[in-house]
Design a protein around this ligand. Structure first.
Ligand code: ZN
Length: 409
């Protein structure tokens, strides 16, 4: 049986008391992480061989006396933070072994930077009730939307971003058995009208060629149609012509979308796309917009299911993520970037950006940072888009793939 882990990141709407506990939780998580990192370094310098399991036992033994305040919080909070120190060292040692630079020696955590906390003690220790999640020691917390996926919720990780609270819930769902997973690079895809799809590799994929011509014809025909007398023969004829043209346009787009999404999901193991892209659309051009809206939705839907079928991962990034306005080089954010600006220079680091390639690179970065890569070696480092050779998993192995929704809205 092939399983699929779909992660839903849901915005939480805690009341004041719950938000206060959340703040304590992310504080305690950071505290335990920093404690474990300092202790790891101390033990290492003393010639010992630190490991996260021993550090967790050590922390549990001293917490009633040294950190009694932490007993009021879910015990998973410090436990997971200490496990994360172990993972950070494992990753560091692996990168050193593989000669990857920078190797990324684990750093102490600072407040408000990627604040997070593990809130569950495994499946069954938290539950959902419509638009509420029930967490140990906290109770029912309102969510902005209900859990999207059917299956077993595996964990609940709290995070804070720009003053808002989110919970990430990976859900184990079942899929029919499918071909062997292979390993391919990652990519971000920025969808727009001018260039239909821009990849983080710098490639620009043109939209269906004849579409522009047909769209012009469609506009003309719509105008003519609206002038025809209702109930007249002429109006009936023009309605038929209009419907035919609509169908032809739909087919051209469908064909293009199928070919393009098949090619992309074939090439890339991890793909970052935006939920619904409204960039490059003229606000007053309702017709182009309605057609494009449908096109983008269908594009994303096909990328998602085709990636899932080929063992890939699609990270869907909410459209409110400022992918165009963020410099992929230094991460700084630009307040305004009119649609007419196709190329810009970062005021902070001086990097020169093609608007769409920069957006695609940001989508790739978020996809990689989401930790959803089907095989951590498959996707290379952010920005490189480089393929690595890794052994193909045997067909008998349980295949797990991820589908992640990230909400910023
Ligand atoms: Zn920059």
């Amino acid at each position: 049986m092939r399983t699929l882990i779909k992660t839903h990141r849901i915005e939480l709407k805690p009341n004041a008391a719950q938000a206060a506990i959340f703040r304590q939780c992310v504080g305690a998580s950071r505290f335990a992480y920093n404690w474990a990192l300092a202790e790891w370094q101390r033990q290492y310098q003393a010639g010992e061989k630190p490991n996260e399991a021993a550090l967790r036992r050590q922390f549990n033994a001293i917490k009633p006396v040294e950190f009694p305040w932490i007993l009021d919080l879910p015990k998973s909070v410090p436990q997971q933070a200490i496990k994360n120190v172990g993972t950070a060292f494992t990753n560091f040692f692996r990168r050193v072994r593989e000669g990857i630079k920078p190797a990324g020696y684990p750093q102490f955590k600072k407040p408000f930077k990627r604040d997070g906390a593990r809130m569950d003690n495994g499946p069954g220790t938290f539950s959902f009730d419509g638009k509420r999640i029930k967490l140990a020691k906290i109770g029912r917390v309102k969510m902005r939307e209900p859990l999207r996926f059917d299956g077993e919720p595996r964990s609940a990780t709290l995070s804070r971003e720009a003053g808002r609270w989110f919970v990430s819930v990976p859900v184990l769902v079942s899929l029919p058995d499918l071909p062997v997973v292979d390993t391919r690079p990652s990519a971000g895809i920025d969808l727009g009208i001018g260039t239909a799809a821009t990849l983080s590799t710098g490639e620009k994929i043109d939209g269906p060629k004849p579409l522009k011509r047909y769209l012009r014809a469609l506009k003309r025909l719509s105008r003519q149609h609206s002038r025809k007398v209702k109930g007249s023969n002429n109006r009936r004829k023009s309605a038929a012509r209009l419907a035919k043209l609509h169908a032809r346009i739909a087919n051209i787009r469908k064909d293009w979308t199928h070919k393009t999404t098949t090619a992309l999901t074939g090439r890339f193991a991890l793909i970052g796309v935006e939920n619904l892209n409204v960039k490059g659309m003229m606000a007053n051009d309702k017709l182009a917009r309605s057609i494009s809206d449908v096109g983008f939705y269908e594009f994303r839907r096909q990328v998602e299911y085709k990636a899932a079928l080929s063992g890939g991962v699609v990270v869907v990034i909410d459209r409110w993520f400022p992918s165009s306005k963020t410099c992929n080089h230094c991460g700084c954010y630009r307040e305004s970037l009119p649609l007419s600006v196709r190329e810009w220079t970062c005021a902070e680091c001086g990097a020169v950006h093609d608007r769409d390639v920069n957006a695609a690179l940001n989508l790739q970065r978020v996809a990689l940072a989401s930790g959803s890569c089907p095989d951590s070696k498959a996707c290379g480092e952010a920005g490189s888009g480089r393929s690595r050779k890794t052994p193909v998993k045997p067909a008998s192995m349980k295949q797990e793939i991820n589908l992640v929704s990230i909400g910023y809205g």
